[in-house]
Design a protein around this ligand. Structure first.
Ligand SMILES: N=c1c2ncn([C@@H]3O[C@H](COP(=O)(O)OP(=O)(O)OP(=O)(O)O)[C@@H](O)[C@H]3O)c2ncn1[C@@H]1O[C@H](COP(=O)(O)O)[C@@H](O)[C@H]1O
Length: 108
């Protein structure tokens, strides 16, 4: 699973300086963070709609679109996907309910 994302991250990085008319990823980088963020929002909405439709193939396709655009947004923001995975690793084993209760008690 990590290989697929690592290859995609590498491709996205390669495209960051390519000519916009040569690549979809390059065209998004050229349009800037706002457009990339907008695409992530659109793909998130489409993922939600697919999930609610109950069509697993549709959900799979929309989730791939969402992850792909999120990877571009992370690259544009200078965040390595490994850092996101490291954050998930850091959270591993800590119940969301326990973490939320600790946050509530600290007044955050
Ligand atoms: N995984 C993907 C991938 N998933 C989705 N898409 C494209 O994402 C776009 C999203 O479709 P939409 O209909 O939402 O967007 P749109 O209507 O074209 O664009 P807007 O007008 O909304 O901005 C489509 O053009 C899809 O083809 C992808 N394009 C590229 N990749 C990967 O990125 C690599 C580099 O692609 P290029 O940068 O195009 O060389 C490819 O080899 C693939 O591995």
């Amino acid at each position: 699973m990590r290989d697929t994302l690592a290859r995609l991250e590498h491709t996205i990085a390669q495209r960051s300086n390519a000519a916009p008319d040569s690549s979809y990823v390059a065209s998004l980088f050229a349009k800037g963070r706002g457009k990339i963020a907008q695409k992530v929002g659109e793909e998130a909405t489409e993922t939600i709609i697919a999930a609610l439709s109950g069509d697993a193939d549709h959900l799979t396709a929309e989730a791939a679109d969402l992850l792909f655009h999120l990877m571009i947004l992370l690259a544009e923001g200078g965040v390595a996907f490994d850092d996101v995975l490291a954050e998930l690793d850091r959270r591993e084993g800590v119940s969301g309910l326990v973490e939320k209760a600790a946050r509530d008690n600290s007044g955050e």
